[in-house]
Every structure is written in C-alpha cells, then in structure tokens.
Design a binder for this molecule. Sequence first.
Ligand code: J2J
Length: 532
Amino acid sequence: MMDHTPWPPEFADRYRAAGYWTGETFGAFLADRAFRYATRVAVVDGDRRWTYRELDARATRMAAGLHALGVAAGDRVVVQLPNVAEFFEVVFGLFRLGALPVFALPAHRRSEIAYFCEHTDAVAYVIPDRHGGFDHRTLARDLPGDRPVLVAGDPGPFTALASIPVDGPLPAGPTPDQVAFLQLSGGSTGVPKLIPRTHDDYLYSVRESARICGLTTESVYLAALPVAHNYPLSSPGVLGALHAGSTVVLAPAPTPEVVFGLIERERVTITGIVPPLALLWLDSTLRSRYDLSSLALLQVGGAKLAAEVADRIAPTLGCRPQQVFGMAEGLVNYTRADDPPELVRVSQGRPISPADELRIVDPSTGAEVPDGEPGHLLTRGPYTIRGYYRAEEHNRDAFTGDGFYRTGDLVRRLPSGHLVVEGRVKDQINRGGEKVAAEEVENHLLAHPAVHDAAVVAVPDPHLGERTCAFVIPRADPPTAAELRRFLRTRGLAAFKIPDRVELVETFPYTGVGKTSRKDLRRALAEEVANR
Ligand code: J2J
C-alpha cells in the first residue's frame, strides 16, 4: 500500500508543462534566497533577528545534526513548535534531509500527539520547553514509545535543540515530486487525517499566493496565528514571505497588545488572522496608541467573515481587507487587490490557479447544480491532494473516483468566479477558525463509563461564529458537565475541542445506527439548539 496517492502521470505532466510545478524544493529555494538576500532579515523573534544567510546556515547545520542522530530521508518527525525562530531551523533542516515534519499545533495534547507519533511511526518529537503556561516536556514524558524528544529551550531530561547542529556531511536532498511534510486536516472523522504535500505542489501555491498578495523583498509578514497551521504557513504566510525575500515577524500571541506593538516596531505590512481576532483588533481601544500605518493588507480567513465586519477594516485599521478561503488539503481562494469592493465584502475569493477545477454539486444526488445555486464544493487541481496519508478506506469517501476532493463546504459561485461559503455538509464545528470533528469528541465522551451516547454539534456564537455543544445521554448515575470536561482534559484532548456546552438529555430526537443517521441526528440537534 502506498502511503500517499500521487497525481496520475498525465496530470503531473500537464502541471509541469504549464509551469505550475517548477521542480523547486524547499531546501533549494532557501539556499537561493540566502545567496540573493544574504544580509536581509528573514526571521524576527523577539530580540533575535536571523538574516537569510544565518537561517540557511542554521538549517544546514540542523540537517547535518539530525542526520547524525539517525533521522533519514523519508522519516517522519512530529514538530510541535509555537511561533519561535527554531521552527524554521528545524523545518528547513528536515526539508533538506528529505525527512517529513508532521505539523502539530501548539494546542494539541497527549491524545493528538500520541496518535500522530503512532500513525506516522515518527522517529522524533520536537517541542518547546514551555508554551502558554504548559510544560510540553510533561506531555513528552507521558507518550508511549521512546523516540528522541528535542526541546527548544531547557531540555529537562531530553535533548536540547541547540546541542544538535553540526558541520557534517548531508545526504542528497529530496526530489521535488516527493512528499515534503504532513499537514493536519481540520477533520470530520474519529481521528485527524494527515495531508501529504509535495515540494512541487505546495511551492506552487506558496509562490502564487505570495504574488497574489503582493509580497516583495520590502514586505514584512506578521505571523499572528500559530505558524504550523496551513493558513499562516502558506497563504502566503511565512513560507510565502521567505519565498519572496520578505521579513517574517513572529508574534508569540495574537492579542492586540502584542500584535500592535510588533506592527509598530517592525513596520509590518501584511498579516493574516481569523474572524474573531479581526473583531478583537477592531474593538480594541489600544489601537489609537500605536502607529499601525505600515499595515497595508489584513487577510481574514479560516471561517466566514461577516460583511459588516469586513466593512470596518479599512476605516478602522487603515488597511485593505482580503478574504481567504482555504484548506490544508489544497484549494485556496483569495479576493484580489483589483476586485470591486463589493466582492471583497461578500465573497470568500476565487481560486489561485486557472487549473483549479471546481464542481458544485447537489449533496444528495451528486449532480452539478445550476450556476449560482449553492452546492457541495468538489475540487481537483495542481496543489490539491489526491488522498490522505495512510487512509485508504477514508479516501474512498473523501475523493471521487476521478480524483476530486470532497471539501464538505457548501458554496455558491458568483458570475465573477468568486465563491460565497454558505455552509457545510461535513460533521465539523468551525470554532472561530479552529476545526473540531464531532466524531472525535464523541468518541472521547463515549469512553466515560457514565455516558451512554453523545452527539457534538455547533451552536451559533456572536464572537466565535460557532461553539461546540455536546448532547449526552447519561447512564444511571449522570455525570456533571464539569466532570465530563475534566474527563476530556485528562484524556489529553486539545482545549479547543472540549465542548463549550454540555447538555444532559434523556433521549435524542431519534437514534439510529450507521453513518447517515448520525449525521441526521447531529443536524436535528443543531437545528433544535439554534431555534431555542
Ligand atoms: C468560511 N469557511 C472557511 C472562509 C476556511 C487559508 C485559509 C484558511 C485555511 C483553513 C487554510 C474559510 N470562510 N474564509 O488552510 O491555506 C473552512 C472551510 C474549509 C476549512 C479548512 C488556508 N476559510 N474555511 O482554514 O484546513 O470549511 O484551513 O474547508 O484549517 O475551513 O480548514 P483548514
């Protein structure tokens, strides 16, 4: 069995011939930028400022050190680093070796990390010492298996990242058609799915994203969201910025006090955030105390931006808004600089590539809907995967026979080709851009001895757009909501997946077995709670 599903050769040939896949690798592009922009600043993390030359040299030495530790081409390494400079040193070091970073989010806990390590047979795990009040070394200590743990900062019983880099020989690097890393899907199934992205396909989206967003060597990109997430990583994100020779500024948190200070100090020109943060920034009174005049473009994506909020961005923050509708599986849509303002207000943009194929179909029949009508978005193209990593069975549902990815999103296409996101057919809650798979949380709840059945659904929320609500049918001795939440935390579930609300009920509207009826049940409960 193949770990990943490559594009059929005729598609790969076409994407190369059209110049979408250029044969560039991550390792090669960084080396080239180090040559061209040697003394320009690549990464700013607090008081640390790494030039392109320094970043490149660090990545090379990290690659040699990791190689000496036994990390080989094709090996997987779970990387759970927050917005720190070491992220780039490690990730580009792994890229150089042809080893695959598995991008975990800082919020992930034992349950998710253990799964990533096990499912990918990871040979190492990279963490910060502490982040956001959490000691990641305690999590590492609790993991099954005995793979090396590499720590940015105080290593405790583990290995310090700083002790790894060496000047040593490197094996031949990867070829551009190889998988460069595994990205995480938002997920709608019991366990998160991993997304294999190749150098060729990802660099196409990164390069075009940088162009569409107008990045140049003069641009300064602020990473406000955690850099491992696909959006701040690649749309155009930190990789787009490095590809364009811009400067990346790392924000340790996306709060107004941190971010506004950095925008002023580093003369940030572009950043990307989720809708709840846009609201927070717009409403913050701190705004007037900082000089935000350098900020030219504010991207908002990950969840739907209300037109009323979009309207406030230019007058309040003095910059142009851009909507971004993307997914770690591939397809990314942007509103463009020359789009009429109305499209930037109400649409989530149009695809990056002329080769992005979109089908908008009736969710029940699969037939294409008339243009302008909402339907389920299916897509295929030069940077959209053909299959998840090691997920043969799931892939049969998630992709059509002819290779279109079923996004789970309901969209409507405007005459201009722009898309409006109208809803969802997947069992996922979009909690202000953070994705929660209903089934994953339900499975954890079902592990509680006093839980007979559980269904997790979205409830509308004025700040986050949606929050999670767990309906629980208890057994004889009902647990309290607090107890269930505590239970989920002790099972090592990321905090954003812990239900915001727990409702104990005697029965569900109707219970059935099998997938479709669970879907219907979740839909019925979501409607019930929304109509209260
Ligand atoms: C409504 N829903 C949106 C939007 C994503 C750029 C930007 C975002 C992501 C991302 C990304 C939305 N309006 N503007 O990877 O490169 C929902 C859809 C989509 C899912 C993907 C990027 N932007 N969404 O959010 O993999 O439901 O990627 O299918 O985390 O987020 O989630 P994710």
